[in-house]
Ligand binder design. Structure first.
Ligand code: SAH
Length: 243
């Protein structure tokens, strides 16, 4: 298979186990995408991944608009490998900003996204986990990831802090605070990590006190400029991921 053919192969996330000679049935949406948008036909190749069996080359067996397409699994292209152990906690934002954060955080390698409610959160009090997971799947497919990050349902920040796994360091983005700059010096450690970003209105002083009182938190600055929450998420993740 030439590099050119591979670069054009459609990559799809599936729920089924992947192994040589397995036959996988695609979803109705995937079938529609392959048949009507990508104009694929029987015999065309696709790449499949499920989050635990690595990436496999498959060949379309049947594809008709009225039925779910089937794909025969042929050969493993990549073994499963661990993603960076990085979580993102973010104060739930308005719909478009949340969509952007989920898509870009997936591209930047996070393996869990935890939307949280803070005192100044103005976004809806419910996160549509199904819609956000669909966005994460699409971003994982196009960014050649081998897994899809887990999207948690919305939780109050104090609950997340109270049940936090202490071995995971939580870097908290605080603007206008005399705290070290993320990514500089010996701040980053080789251990499971997470980034917390506040809402457009920032954290309240009470929340800052609560956050800083936790033994696992590490307040950090992202520079002199005040960033929009979604920019802060992506800038912070890029710095953590570079490590
Ligand atoms: N309205 C607030 C700014 C909030 S910015 C004010 O004017 O003070 C939204 C979130 O992005 C903040 O809660 C913080 O987590 C993060 N953030 C933005 N700029 C930052 C910076 N320079 N350093 C660290 N965190 C930042």
């Amino acid at each position: 298979m030439s590099a050119r053919t591979l670069s054009r192969a459609v990559r799809l996330f599936v729920q089924s186990p992947l192994a040589e000679a397995a036959v996988v049935q695609l979803s109705t949406a995937q079938t529609h995408h392959l048949a009507s948008v990508m104009r694929r036909q029987p015999g065309d190749s696709v790449l499949l991944f499920n989050g635990y069996d690595g990436e496999w080359l498959g060949r379309i067996r049947t594809i008709a608009r009225s039925h779910r397409a089937t794909v025969s699994v042929e050969a493993q292209m990549h073994k499963q490998k661990p993603e960076p152990d990085l979580w993102l906690l973010f104060a739930h934002l308005k719909r478009d900003a949340t969509n952007l954060v989920v898509e870009k955080a997936t591209e930047l390698g996070v393996n869990a996204l935890l939307p949280v409610v803070t005192e100044r959160t103005v976004a809806p009090q419910r996160a549509n986990v199904e819609r956000l997971t669909a966005i994460a799947i699409e971003a994982a497919e196009q960014s050649e990831r081998l897994s899809v990050p887990l999207i948690h349902s919305l939780q109050p920040l104090p609950v997340v802090l109270a049940t936090w796994p202490h071995a995971r360091r939580l870097y908290v983005a605080l603007e206008r605070a005399p705290v070290p700059r993320l990514g500089l010096g010996g701040l980053l450690r080789a251990e499971p990590a997470a980034l917390l970003v506040g809402p457009e209105g920032g954290f309240t002083p009470g929340e800052v006190d609560l956050i800083c009182a936790q033994p696992f938190t590490c307040p950090v600055s992202l520079g002199e400029r005040i960033l929009r929450a979604e920019t802060a998420c992506l800038a912070g993740l890029a710095l953590l991921q570079a490590y």
